[in-house]
Design a protein around this ligand. Structure first.
Ligand code: CA2
Length: 146
């Protein structure tokens, strides 16, 4: 394997596939993890998957990624729009960061239009459903092999 990608999901994404399928689709987070693991193997990458409903736990995961991961794919969920602390943690990570949103946040309420994390992200994918994680992994393969 030539790179480890830490995939991080924020609050309420553990409910994926169980509520609001009209917005977030029918795949569960376990399905997303399995799809990512399969694609990562094809891309000669390894991925580690993490979800938490707690801001501090997400920050700890980002700190741990500094020691072991080559890139971070993150869907910070609602913390996208509120968390300077997650932005600060990502700013201390040296590798590429890609921000993913399942829904098109720009088509939704105006409070979802601003992202603190986008100030750090090297790429942003929104509105492509759970396929967005796959696009992010493909982009990550390009970035870390460059
Ligand atoms: O579109 C996305 O991926 C979001 O990051 C999802 C967040 C939302 O606050 C962001 O504005 C956009 C919400 C995650 C909630 O996930 C659920 C999934 C299924 C059922 C209920 C919530």
């Amino acid at each position: 394997m030539s790179g480890l990608i830490q995939i991080i999901n924020g609050p309420n994404l553990n409910l994926l596939g169980r509520r609001q399928p009209e917005i977030y689709g029918y795949e569960t987070l376990d399905d997303v993890e399995a799809d990512c693991a399969a694609l990562a193997a094809d891309l000669d990458l390894e991925c580690a998957f993490y979800q938490s409903n707690y801001e501090g736990a997400l920050i700890d995961c980002i700190h741990q990624a500094r020691e072991k991961a080559d890139g971070i794919i993150i869907n910070p969920a609602a913390y996208t729009h509120t968390s300077v602390a997650i932005l600060d943690a990502l700013n201390a990570f040296e590798g590429p960061v890609i921000e993913v949103h399942i829904s098109n946040v720009h088509k939704r309420e105006s409070f979802r239009h601003h992202s603190y994390v986008s100030l750090r992200a090297d790429g942003v994918i929104a509105g492509c459903g759970t396929e967005g994680y796959q696009y992010a992994l493909r982009r990550m393969a390009t970035l870390i092999k460059a």
